[in-house]
Design a protein around this ligand. Structure first.
Ligand SMILES: Nc1ncnc2c1ncn2[C@@H]1O[C@H](COP(=O)(O)OP(=O)(O)OP(=O)(O)O)[C@@H](O)[C@H]1O
Length: 599
């Protein structure tokens, strides 16, 4: 509440060009309301209003600027301010820096703009209408960020000599990119229906659907009864089919684990009853195929003699941790239901081996193929998976991963998937993105595992434990695409942000609902902050980054595949939240010498 004295401790001080120092002291609330803020004790005038992410809400009073006539900086980003922007809000000649991103402002961008403006950020609001032509007069403008609004019309020819940063992505612009803006990257325009040389052709990615996460109070309009019925019917059908599917899946496969507890966890010294290698022919015990550059000295016989522990039963078979007698620990995946012939299998494995040379991918080290046994060999990663880090900690007493670690892991995972998608002539699809397939290095880099396996299977299996990650069209068509990978990654991001599993029990109901729908329902009723994992709310000054990540996640889980961004775009958007030093990343694949990470 801007009128309360809750923010009384906020201080602002700056030196104005002519050298006079202004202090914005705790005395400010005594000046009754924020529109009277400039009546500081010494009568000096306020030149900056900087109140980011402090929970301000409601509309900005229309006569604000009559009182703040010396304002240079207006920064109210990441609040819950709503309503139309007052027509004169951005018109004060003193205004130079405006940042109102991540609020709920609606209506048009005021056409009266300070001619001295050098930075204008109105991104992540619900603004409509066109870009006012007066923007062309802002010759000092160095940055213009209008991304994630509902702006329409043509992009004006902005001949602004100082403009360095431009982001118009995820709006409803159409037409072509004017020549003056060709120097900006594709990411500046993505999510619109526009064409231009920078894009080679017309953009195919449409703006995300106006879900409540983008505009919780968009235009104040309520959906029609018909729309409500359609949405309700659609959601019920989705939940029904999901439940039906889960049930069928579990009936069909008796070995579908009901809980994590049912996973075999034998001790190191004791071999479990179920073991890998029983289908290996005696004559073939030297037939383990290693990838070029590997320096492992064990062979298949050594691997079969190893002490094995079941790590889990996944969609493709059982995964074992194998401790060889010489001390090396490897992971062996025993595939089931592979229908491919030997030659085809070998070709596929060669491809997987080649593609896997990336810091954010878990490389396949070796494989074995015979009629009765198919084995894949990977390094063992002692730090476990993102899933166990997120969901396993509270019981084990380990602390929940902090925001920085989560962000870093997700960026790594996104980079890994983006690399996969650019491989195989841009046709490679993972088909099983989920948090247990994101393994972690010791220093918390996310690495994607299990790639290249979906095509080995007899039919595109939709495993019961991974239903929550499946894009709606996959459940229907059983076809995996790069867009369905993006959807799964979006669910993974939501899992990271909420701390919840991909399928959640909806509060007060017995039925389960997938995470994207749960997030949407919470955001519709409450405010975004309710969605986030309480563990994340402990950190200060991260709200804005959380909301940004939530926007990315929701773009990924758009119902229509064409509406989802590509993984390359997702990676860029995450990088924009917080740039990491990617050059110094450690990886599972340290070099190409197949070094097993320390155990
Ligand atoms: N290289 C590895 N190092 C350490 N743990 C691993 C490794 N590969 C897999 N795991 C872990 O072993 C467990 C079983 O993996 P598996 O891939 O068989 O099943 P899943 O990931 O649960 O399901 P899916 O088969 O659908 O991917 C998972 O918890 C996974 O994180």
């Amino acid at each position: 509440d801007l009128n309360s004295d809750k923010h009384a401790l906020l201080q602002f001080s700056a030196t104005v060009p002519h050298g006079r120092k202004l202090n914005w002291s705790p005395d400010i609330p005594a000046c009754t309301s924020w529109i009277g803020i400039n009546c500081t004790k010494d009568g000096s005038r306020v030149i900056g209003l900087h109140l980011p992410a402090v929970g301000l809400h409601g509309p900005i009073p229309s006569d604000t600027l009559g009182k703040l006539d010396a304002l240079i900086i207006l920064s109210l980003r990441s609040n819950r301010l709503s309503g139309n922007l007052p027509p004169d809000l951005l018109s004060l000649p003193s205004l130079r820096y405006v940042n109102l991103q991540h609020n709920n402002f609606s209506g048009y961008i005021p056409s009266s703009l300070s001619p001295n403006m050098d930075f204008l950020d109105l991104s992540f609001n619900s603004l409509t209408g066109t870009i006012p032509t007066t923007v062309q007069n802002l010759t000092n403008l160095t940055g213009l960020d209008l991304q994630n609004n509902s702006l329409v019309g043509h992009i004006p020819n902005l001949n602004l000599p100082r403009l360095r940063l431009l982001n118009l992505s995820f709006n409803n612009f159409n037409g072509t990119i004017p020549s003056s803006l060709h120097k900006f990257p594709v990411s500046s325009f993505v999510g619109n229906h526009i064409c231009g040389p920078a894009l080679n052709q017309c953009l195919t990615i449409n703006p995300p659907s106006p879900s409540p996460i983008y505009s919780p109070q968009k235009s104040g309009k309520k959906p029609s009864i018909g729309a409500i019925i359609a949405i309700a019917t659609g959601c019920s059908a989705l939940v029904f089919f999901m439940l039906l599917f889960i049930t069928l899946c579990c009936i069909k496969r008796k070995n579908c684990p009901v809980s994590l507890a049912s996973k075999g966890k034998s001790s190191r010294s004791e071999k479990p009853k179920e073991d890998f290698g029983s289908g290996v022919q005696e004559a073939e015990k030297n037939k383990l195929v290693f990838f070029e550059g590997c320096s492992y000295s064990f062979d298949l016989e050594d691997l079969l003699r190893a002490s094995a522990e079941v790590l889990g039963k996944g969609s493709y078979g059982t995964t074992y941790k194998a401790i060889l007698e010489e001390g090396t620990t490897m992971v062996v995946k025993r595939l089931r239901e592979v229908v491919m012939g030997k030659r085809e299998f070998e070709q596929q494995m060669e491809m997987v081996g080649r593609v896997g040379r990336h810091p954010n991918l878990v490389p396949l080290r070796a494989y074995y193929y015979s009629k009765d046994e198919k084995l894949l060999v990977y390094d063992y990663n002692a730090s476990g998976s993102f899933s166990s880090l997120l969901h396993g900690n509270r019981e084990s007493g380990r602390s929940s991963p902090d925001w920085d670690s989560r962000l870093k892991i997700c960026l790594g995972a996104a980079q890994g998937i983006a690399h996969l998608h650019s491989s195989g002539g841009g046709k490679f699809v993972h088909g099983n993105i989920k948090s247990s397939n994101v393994l972690l290095t010791q220093d918390f880099h996310g690495c994607i595992s299990d790639f290249g396996l979906t095509s080995l299977m007899s039919s595109p299996t939709v495993p019961c434990r991974t239903v929550g990650y499946r894009a709606p069209e996959v459940i229907e068509t059983r076809k995996f695409t790069q867009s369905s990978d993006v959807y799964s990654f979006g669910v993974l991001l939501l899992e990271m942000l909420t701390g919840k599993a991909a399928v959640v029990q909806s509060p007060g109901h017995e039925d389960v609902v997938d995470l994207p729908r749960w997030v949407q329902s919470v955001v519709r009723e409450e405010w975004t902050a309710e969605v986030f994992d309480v563990e994340l709310m402990k950190y200060r000054n991260v709200e804005e980054e959380l909301v940004q990540m939530l926007q990315i996640a929701m773009a990924c889980v758009a119902m229509l595949p064409d509406m989802r961004p590509s993984m390359e775009e997702v990676t860029k958007m995450i990088e924009e939240i917080r740039p990491f030093d990617t050059e110094n990343q450690h990886s599972l694949d340290q070099g190409s010498n197949c070094t097993t990470p320390e155990i």
